[in-house]
Unconditional design. Structure first.
Length: 424
């Protein structure tokens, strides 16, 4: 008779379950065997977070549960799969100590579901639609915008260009910008890098302040054909600038704006204005932003909880850039107090030189009063870098410009220094 061959049973491979556990200290990834129990999850959390198993309370997130899971409950009974989420609660006294951060025990409260959701909202991790925009109306000097877009047309909008807007915030939420400063920069069709040193940036801020202005926004261009409003990198840059403005200038800086300009199919320049949302600022202050490979999506260190009408709840570490932006109305015919007649700074193909300054002063000699010669940020910027000291000379000259001083004797000393520098 034929001998029967006994085949050894093949044991199925068992991969550990990867569960996501959310708590006030962030999100933890826990690997446990599929045959494990809640006690095993707590043991892993003790290793990761230093919270004793007896101090831990675990709850299901989907569906939401208000009853803590018992230690002997198995993962099979809960029908948990890799990627599923649990919520961890623990008392402030049981929280691990971290000298580098504010200690949870100092908060003096127990983290329940309500506190947990409030904590997430404070960090910007609960998406809420923002109904109102802080900036009601934004106006940028017409001549400044015109000079900016004319330069963009010179290279057919085929690379980006960035400028900073200087003007004033109004108490009613409006803002105006009287000039655009273009920093040193390197750009491609979809990226830019600001090259100004901190010293240069501080000098710009000082001259602007001497004229009575502050940074109220920024403007950038991009090639035509985009299918998104702002890229993830541009949203982050706008958020950083807006947060800095709030820190420097207080609540009026909530009106800080982002202008963008591109060209239509008909060859016309098209300007739009936006603000990042309050939630975006919270995400920035909580240091939640992470690099993104998709320009349409912002990435975060933790899930953002989103509730959309008719679509239920969606938790994701990625959010479309559009939901973090609010459109701003634009005043197209605003005229600032300064002129834009001199050569714009930091344009490689059109640099500010002694020759350009001499030609400008010669052209402006017949203009009366003489103070109008200097009522242009770009010429003041050149003078501050060529022959006038920003700390001793510029305050007096900017004061004359700001007040529109008519007395030619007040400017006589500056006139002699400047004209001697250019050979007039």
């Amino acid at each position: 008779p034929k001998r029967k061959t006994m085949q050894k049973a093949v044991q199925p491979a068992t991969r550990p379950l990867v569960l996501r556990v959310k708590s006030t200290s962030g999100q933890s990834r826990v690997e446990v065997p599929p045959s494990g129990s809640i006690a095993d999850v707590k043991s892993k959390l003790f290793t990761l977070l230093g919270i004793k198993a007896t101090d831990q309370k675990l709850y299901r997130l989907q569906p939401p549960d208000t009853t803590p899971l018992t230690d002997n409950t198995t993962l099979v009974q809960l029908n948990l799969r890799s990627g599923d989420e649990l919520r961890l609660e623990y008392s402030a006294e049981a929280a691990p100590q971290d000298d580098g951060q504010k200690k949870l025990k100092d908060i003096k409260r127990v983290w329940n579901m309500k506190d947990y959701m409030n904590h997430l909202e404070d960090q910007g991790l609960v998406f809420k639609s923002q109904e109102e925009v802080h900036c009601k109306l934004a106006g940028v000097d017409f001549n400044s915008c015109n000079q900016f877009q004319l330069y963009l047309h010179s290279f057919a909008f085929q690379k980006m260009r960035v400028g900073f807007l200087y003007g004033a915030f109004a108490a009613d939420g409006n803002l105006t910008a009287d000039f655009i400063y273009e920093p040193q920069q390197e750009t491609t069709p979809d990226q830019f890098m600001i090259l100004d040193s901190p010293e240069t940036a501080a000098r710009v801020e000082k001259i602007a302040a001497l004229l009575g202005y502050q940074k109220v926004g920024w403007i950038f261009s991009h090639p035509p054909g985009r299918d998104y409003i702002l890229s993830a990198a541009e949203v982050q840059f706008a958020t950083q600038l807006q947060a800095q403005a709030l820190e420097q200038h207080g609540q009026n800086a909530k009106s800080f704006v982002t202008f963008k300009v591109t060209v239509t199919d008909e060859g016309m320049s098209h300007f739009e204005a936006f603000q990042v949302t309050d939630q975006c600022l919270k995400l920035h202050s909580s240091k939640m932003f992470r690099p993104s490979d998709d320009p349409k999506m912002c990435c975060f260190a933790e899930d953002v909880l989103m509730h959309r009408q008719g679509a239920g709840r969606k938790d994701s570490t990625q959010v479309e850039t559009t939901v973090l932006l609010k459109p701003v109305a634009v005043k197209n015919d605003y005229q600032g107090k300064l002129a834009t007649q001199y050569t714009i700074e930091n344009r490689p193909d059109k640099p500010q030189t002694t020759g350009t300054l001499k030609a400008y002063l010669t052209r402006m000699r017949p203009v009366k009063p003489y103070v109008k010669t200097f009522a242009d940020f770009h010429v003041l910027w050149h003078l501050a870098n060529a022959c006038l000291d920003v700390n001793t000379d510029m305050p007096a000259l900017c004061e004359c410009v700001r007040k529109g001083v008519q007395d030619p004797h007040a400017l006589e000393g500056f006139k002699l220094i400047i004209e001697a520098t250019v050979g007039l």
